[in-house]
Design a protein around this ligand. Structure first.
Ligand code: AMP
Ligand code: GLY
Length: 423
């Protein structure tokens, strides 16, 4: 098969690394890709929301399958675009159709879905600029901290957690009336704060059947001890050590099954990954969010634990026979640590030469914000490289990643030295 992966981060390098191992994959393209994907696939520099350009690429290169990394093309309806086009309708697309992608594209849609299918989640109400005053009244009925969420996609920045009531009211006004997050905050979901520990569950579905992949925990804050600004993710561990059989059973029965059944009941066409963000309160799981794609850097720990041929799984998904696949998972723990540009997630410099990658033998180096320039790997983004290792425990895996990071260098390189600190 000829396969195209859309995206350019560590997640997409990990997909490329895994797909390139499949005997079913004859040719692999990544658009736009990065310095990591260029070593195992052909990078094509196009905009991943330019569907007409993607169509030309797919037809010119006789592509049989498109694996969509990030949410934007899915929320904008790339899968529907393929199905509606005579020349593209037989190309397999891994990712949900537009209506289902609203599970990530709209917080309100996701909350309605959760409520409608009796899936445990925080109590909520949503508001627009026409009923800001009702929003203030609702905030007064809640206890701090207050959770405000821009309804639409806001590049991971649309959730505010505030300790003070007046501040929460002021932010609500900024979001609704002053368009703090642009279009994304024309609606705001206010929800009850859930106090617990977060984890994520990853599910593959063909719309009818599902398979559960290993759980993972990511570390979103820039600072050690989970302090400072939110990032895309500074590291991850899989599986999550505190998820025992009893908790996994609750997650499957209370959350995964009703989610897949809910998609069917609501006629939401879904072939791809469901990323379920959870919070464990006492011993019970609640859904915080759905994402309609894999996580980054969660992919960098979840996929390396999967023993199956990923292309075989994707084929089974597109042919709605995922039930025929037996998922096999490595019994080790995987951990990844992100190396980021100094200053990230605020302003940072790019174009720094990265050295030492060739010296790493017993960890996987996934490139994220990195590109090739005159045969040298240079930084091109905030999150630059993810260093993934395996071990009997997450401590053992992390030790290997941290030892290997000592061999890597770029100007103003930063990373968190405490991944897994809370486990
Ligand atoms: P989201 O984009 O919905 O995942 O929210 C971003 C982050 O905000 C989550 O990863 C949680 O850390 C936090 N968060 C969101 N909703 C809640 C909630 N209801 N209670 C506590 N924390 C939350
Ligand atoms: N690491 C969080 C995400 O991919 O959304």
């Amino acid at each position: 098969m000829t396969i195209l992966i859309l995206g350019s981060g560590g997640r997409e390098h990990t997909f490329a690394w895994k797909i390139a191992q499949s005997p079913l994959c004859k040719r692999l393209y990544v658009a736009p890709g990065n310095s990591g994907t260029s070593q195992i696939a052909t990078n094509i520099n196009i905009n991943i929301t330019d569907f007409d350009a993607i169509k030309d690429l797919v037809l010119d290169n006789k592509i049989d399958m498109v694996v969509v990394g990030p949410e934007d093309p899915l929320v904008q309806g790339i899968h529907d675009f393929f199905l509606k086009d005579e020349e593209l309708k037989n190309v397999a697309v891994i990712g949900p159709q537009k209506a289902a992608a609203q599970l990530e594209g709209s917080k309100e849609f996701a909350k309605e879905f959760l409520y409608c299918h009796n899936i445990p989640t925080a109590a909520y109400k949503s508001f627009t600029k026409d009923n800001v005053k009702d929003g203030y009244d609702f905030l007064e009925t809640l206890k701090p901290p207050y959770v405000l969420k821009a309804d639409g996609l806001a590049a991971g920045k649309g959730v505010l957690i505030l300790n003070n009531l007046n501040e929460a009211k002021a932010e609500l006004k900024l979001m609704l009336v002053d368009a703090k997050f642009g279009e994304a905050s024309t609606k705001v979901v206010i929800e009850e704060f859930l106090d617990g520990i977060e984890l994520s569950c990853f599910v593959l579905t063909d719309g009818k059947h599902y398979k559960i992949l290993p759980t993972a925990k990511d570390y979103k804050r820039i600072g050690e001890g989970d302090t400072g600004l939110n990032t895309g993710g500074m590291g991850a561990i899989s599986p999550v050590p505190f998820v025992d059989d009893a908790l996994m059973h609750k997650i499957e029965e209370r959350i995964v099954k009703p989610t897949i059944q809910g998609l069917q009941k609501d006629n939401l066409q879904y072939k791809g990954f469901v990323f379920i963000g959870l919070i464990k309160v006492n011993d019970n799981p609640f859904v915080i969010e759905y994402n309609v794609r894999m996580g980054d850097p969660e992919t960098e720990v979840v996929l390396p634990l999967l023993k199956n041929d990923l292309v075989e799984i994707f084929k089974a998904i597109s042919e709605e026979r995922l039930n025929e696949i037996e998922i096999e998972i490595d019994t080790q723990t995987a951990a990844t640590v992100m190396l980021v540009s100094g200053g990230y997630p605020e302003a940072y410099e790019k174009g720094k030469e990265i050295s030492g990658i060739e010296n790493i033998k017993d960890s996987l180096v996934f490139h994220a914000g990195a590109k090739l320039k005159n045969d040298k790997v240079i930084t091109s983004g905030g999150r630059v490289l993810a260093i993934t290792s395996f071990g009997k425990t997450h401590q053992e895996a992390l030790k290997k990643s941290y030892q290997n990071i000592e061999k890597l260098h770029f100007d103003k390189m930063c990373y968190r030295k405490d991944i897994g600190f809370d486990l």
